[in-house]
Design a protein around this ligand. Sequence first.
Ligand SMILES: Cc1ncc(COP(=O)(O)O)c(C=O)c1O
Length: 291
Amino acid sequence: MSIVFLDGDFIQKDEAKISPDDRGFLLADGVYEVTPFYNGVPFSLDRHMARLERSLAWMRINYSLDGLEEIHKQLIRANEFQDAPTSYVYVQITRGAAPRTHYFPQEDVEPTVYAFARTWERPSPERWAQGFSAMTVPDRRWSRADIKTICLLPNVLAFQDAIEAGADDAILVRDGVAIEGAHMNFWGVFDGTVVTHPTTSNILPGITREVVLELADQAGIALEERPIQVEELKDADELFFTGTTGEVRPITTLNGAVVGNGSVGSLTQKLSDLFHGKVQEVRSALEGPIA
Ligand SMILES: Cc1ncc(COP(=O)(O)O)c(C=O)c1O
């Protein structure tokens, strides 16, 4: 049985009750964040909390994040995930429960805060080495994809389209540009330069993206943050995604056609190794404090 956090209490999941008037349920009026833990050690927790703070500020949901880091760690402990190689904490904050209106509640309403911990599994090294397939689908999201709101319907529909077509993942395309994945950022390698979309309001500024950019820069890899045109994709030497539970994920088939030479590219491999090295470094430095 899993222990979840709801509005100040750690409780069994089957005891968690949320009002049918909750604006998250009725209007998708809320934000969320997902923070990875490796063997119980948080990775980039401060960056995830900073992004959550920005999401809340933009949505004008008044909630202080004091104590939220500790709640994350407590959830890992309560669910005994200290030894799980890979887990995460999901936290969702909605504007709260109030009579349904298309504007903010007139009265002061307490935001609803719900969080849970879960383990996730990396693909086996053999599976990863085969690479993954992706399909381009139209990006039907609103103009503020940079805010991590719980309104994920366009992402869900895009991902579903890709799965129904037999692909592992979706690449969202807007105005001829391959913007990002349905739940991961998107990258290409062209003539030795690693390219990803800049952090405009059209993409979710991924924490994994940020970390990988820093690692690539430190390693002296040529980098460019610019939109990737769909027409360029056929000339890409490598394609890959980055995300919290995807880490660095190679794409070796796009719309049924082989990418590059069909195997995981050398820069994708290098960035994946650097990312795993960083995870290991953070784990070694922090191991212990939350056990
Ligand atoms: C649309 C989208 N892009 C990118 C990402 C990757 O972000 P992160 O690396 O912080 O997990 C996510 C994560 O949920 C996402 O939903």
